[in-house]
Design a protein around this ligand. Sequence first.
Ligand code: BES
Ligand code: MN
Ligand code: ZN
Length: 497
Amino acid sequence: MNLELQTLTWAQAASVSTDALIVLVSQKSPKNTGVLATMLAQAEKTGDFSPAAGQCLMWWKPPGLQAQRLVFAGVGEGRAQDVRQAVTAAVTALKKTKTAKITICLQDELASHLAIAAQAVADASYIYTATKPSAKASLVTKLTLGVPDSSKSSGAFAVAKAQLAGVALAREWGNRPANHATPSDLANAAKALAKHPRISCQVLGLKEVTRLGMGSFASVAQASAEPLKFIVLEYKGAAASQAPVVLIGKGITFDTGGISLKPGPGMDEMKFDMCGAASVLGTFEALAQAKPQLNVVGLIPACENMPGGKALKPGDVVTSMSGQTIEILNTDAEGRLILCDALTYAKRFKPSAVIDIATLTGACVIALGHLRTGLYATDEDLARKLSEAGDHSLDLNWRMPLDDEYAEGLKSNFADVANVADRAAGSVTAAKFLHRFAKDFPWAHMDIAGTAWKSGAAKGATGRPVPSLLAYLLAEADHAKPAKSAKTSKPAKTQRA
Ligand code: BES
Ligand code: MN
Ligand code: ZN
């Protein structure tokens, strides 16, 4: 989808020739004159439309307008979630029509929700095609964001563009079936990202991983016919002396549970067990576009969790890169086994913060459902920043506890630590396992088991938590200052993506 920013008042909107004009109407919209204002007043008078959030009214070939279709979409008080709800409703209605070009008119303060509106269009119009040749690609090819003064929105527009590209990449890799998204495929996707300036990529195989002592990671992969990959991405937007933020993404390309085999129904959804990895790839795509002044490292341990003659068995003890031994009581608790070695590896970057992103526990879905990501952090500042980034981008999270008492159940008679405790507080005990490997830097863990994908009729990856990761990183970099070699975006009436 092509994105464009334009200065657009209500009066100008009437003469915009587009397939569909979406006009967001808030309860506090100022009184306007002109054909749009007249139509709105009439529709409100007859009771056909009200500016309550989610209300929609569509016209076909509206008289006096150049647009083929017009949608009034109510945004109530004009909060970010209202804008998302309104745009989603409007685009869903338009999806049944022949709409390729959409123009959204955001008046006054609504312009501050540019990224939310653009993301809502992308989400509502997304169609998966990679392994479904019969599916027609999304008709929506162009989105114009109309704001009161485009020069004042050019920064927000750049962020919106970067976020959309990042979410799209994360969603695409999340959705691909495991036989089309192997560890090697993910490694190639990472290498493709390294074609962008400032991004480099290195991929380690079994030999290097073994030499590093990543016995925990390697043990998860040992029954799979697919070779494991340890992917190292680097984005260099600031001086080498500046400590990087390290992002670690769980890259289990398929989780059968291993010898502790998962039940059959719904097991296909374990192709989504690499959504943490996909979110790291997506965030790097977004960084390539937004070009912030900071350094970021992305680490992705990628492998399959399979049963078989060579598989890890309950009771086996493995040695992690940290030197700590781990008793495997359940081979289905494999995410923490690959992440712990990545956390140890992260130390070498002397990071300012380390954030791991993982579809780690079904227990997190029980705790928080599908709205908020579980957020754990050892550092108050990092927790606050990630929480604010989530709120800002509507990619919500919720802080969870890390009391040491929760680690009691991880004690083992045969190793330094067991990989599971009992069922109680399963998301927290998983985080406590990781905590043992994250003592040397400010650390946060995002359990995205409930938020990385949707089940049911709308089954598919969401691209979360790319929006909040990007918002956090841009805030860290103070995105007012683009990297040196980056083109400074000059205020222009129209910017093309
Ligand atoms: N990938 C799963 C977590 C998961 C399950 C995410 C369902 C989303 C939906 C993870 O590897 C796993 O299997 N976790 C176990 C841990 C248990 C064995 C302690 C779980 O949650 O059941
Ligand atoms: Mn598992
Ligand atoms: Zn898993």
